[in-house]
Design a binder for this molecule. Structure first.
Ligand code: IPD
Ligand code: CA
Ligand code: CA
Length: 257
């Protein structure tokens, strides 16, 4: 199955790469910050048609509405273009993210980093890879020495879950905090040791599913802000190299939201 997920992620990535920098149609979703382009939709259509053809009995949960509900133990969780705002503005950081669950447990995940042409992949229990190279989280064990990444939801102006306070506090404690604009890529750069920690509020299952497995298979940990295990439907996500997890939780505890 992993080969199929990789194949369709790369095919979707080709559509995205071809569309990058062209004049595509853009629509607003919940507000004027929340965009969807015709390329998001074309990518999703390609992925869904592939799954329907090869795995006709499987269910699909996809961001742009192409859900398929079947009475199946398998669920494909699809973000056809993670990083739409970057894509729409010409910033080359975006991905295709596809995870597959069996009876509610993620068994395989692929994040295709389109412009760097890197396939991040993992199967449950078999480690994580960047193309064919095995990847591991970093060994940094002091928050003061860490490079972190975060993201903001589209309703950040309403300050959900103290998003700004968390950003300010952790920026003061860590060596640096970045905001790349693709949650799936954030998980994968954590998995490959670039970032030592990643947190975000109000993500969706398609942002989390594949990246969470890749981070875990690379030796990372993914919990809520209290250290509890989470599902792909959770709204507070903290993923680290394990070494600085407690230190970040201690910081989060002091933020009342
Ligand atoms: C977004 C990206 C971004 C994150 C947002 C997501 P989209 O996904 O992952 O990094 O901060 O919360 O919604 O809309 O580009 O697929
Ligand atoms: Ca997304
Ligand atoms: Ca998306």
């Amino acid at each position: 199955m992993i080969d199929d997920i990789i194949e369709i992620s790369k095919r979707a990535g080709s559509i995205i790469k071809k569309g990058f920098g062209t004049s595509f149609k853009v629509e607003y979703k919940t507000n004027e910050s929340n965009l969807v382009t015709e390329i998001d939709k074309a990518s999703e259509e390609l992925i869904i048609n592939f799954i329907k053809e090869k795995y006709p009995s499987h269910s699909i949960l996809a961001e742009e509405g192409g859900d398929v509900r079947k009475n199946s133990e398998y669920l494909w969780v699809v973000d056809p273009l993670d990083g739409t705002t970057n894509f729409a503005h010409g910033l080359p950081i975006f991905s295709v993210s596809i995870g597959v669950q069996k009876n509610g447990e993620t068994i395989a995940g692929v994040v295709y980093d389109v412009m760097r042409d890197i396939v991040f992949s993992a199967e449950k229990g078999s480690g994580a890879f960047a193309n064919s190279d095995k990847i591991n989280v970093s060994k940094v064990n002091k928050l003061e020495h860490s490079l972190l990444v975060t993201g903001f939801p589209y309703n950040v102006a309403e300050n959900p879950e103290g998003a700004f306070e968390r950003f300010i506090t952790l920026t003061k404690k860590a060596r640096g905090v970045r905001r790349l604009g693709s949650a799936a890529i954030d998980f994968c750069y954590l998995a490959s040791g670039v970032f030592d920690g990643f947190w975000e509020v109000h993500l969706y299952p398609w942002d989390i599913c594949a990246g969470k497995l890749i981070a875990e298979e690379a030796g990372g940990i993914v919990t809520d802000f209290d250290g509890n295990s989470i599902s792909i439907f959770s709204k507070k996500i903290l993923s680290t190299n394990n070494q600085i997890h407690k230190q970040i939780i201690e910081v989060m505890e002091k933020i009342n939201n």
